[in-house]
Design a protein around this ligand. Structure first.
Ligand code: AMP
Length: 224
């Protein structure tokens, strides 16, 4: 099963992506995570990418496209893959499409998680981390997981906000790239949506991202 998953920062795409990865036992390829690993490991690729990532800009296509196309050729991708964070603009979409065709690799499913831009921003900025367990869900803007005053709703632990979750300018920059329907990430999603109109063997699935996590998962599973 080969899947591309689109969704803005703050939509819960990563969580749903992990569920899909486990369901189909496929490789989960997250372009952002590959860059972060390279930065941590001090590789040449990491050094090149860091300055762009720190500013919230896209890493140039000359670096990103070959990195992902090479990754798709590795052994663990033979049983299938889930692309998360790539493609992020129209050129990346076109190159990916051309490469898959050239390699005779079939794309099966494209998923678009739909979420209003303001809600996505509130979700990121409302996120709070519990000092005792980062997995305790707390968000001051989501009723279902509102903290208990200023304490963790699960265990009463102290809460903090991640610095990058409060960097409004960086969030706005990333969302401007995502919601750009001319040549940004939504343009690349629509590139594949148009393809699925011609090739009906590829499924294009939309998910309503404002629902709670479980409902989104149920919608996803029912539409696969
Ligand atoms: P993410 O974890 O998906 O939010 O990605 C973190 C950062 O990595 C992004 O803000 C970009 O700077 C870079 N990045 C990730 N994927 C891509 C991509 N497909 N094209 C260019 N830059 C990317």
């Amino acid at each position: 099963m080969n899947i591309i998953f689109f969704g803005p920062n703050g939509s819960g795409k990563g969580t749903q992506g992990s569920i899909l990865k486990d369901k189909y036992s496929i490789a989960h390829i997250e372009s952002g995570a590959i860059f972060r690993d390279n930065i941590k490991g001090g590789t040449e690729l990491g050094k090149q990418a860091k300055a762009f990532i720190d500013k919230g800009d896209l890493v140039p296509d000359e670096i990103t496209i070959p990195m992902i196309l090479d990754r798709l050729k590795q052994d663990d991708c033979k049983k299938g893959w889930l692309l998360d964070g790539f493609p992020r603009n129209k050129v990346q979409a076109e190159k990916l499409d051309a490469s898959l065709k050239a390699e005779g690799i079939k794309l099966n499913i494209v998923i678009e998680m739909i979420l209003d831009r303001q809600i996505a921003k509130d979700r990121i900025m409302g996120r709070r981390l519990c000092e005792k367990d980062n997995n305790h869900p707390n968000n001051i803007f989501i009723d279902a997981i509102k903290p208990n005053g200023d304490k963790c709703r699960v265990c009463g632990g102290a809460l903090t906000a991640r610095a990058d979750d409060q960097d409004e300018a960086a969030i706005d920059k990333r969302h401007s790239i995502y919601y750009n329907t001319d040549d940004g990430t939504l343009a690349s999603a629509y590139y594949f949506r148009d393809l699925t109109k011609k090739d009906t063997s590829i499924k294009y699935i939309t998910l309503q991202g404002e629902k709670d996590l479980k409902s989104v998962t149920n919608e996803l599973i029912s539409k696969l």
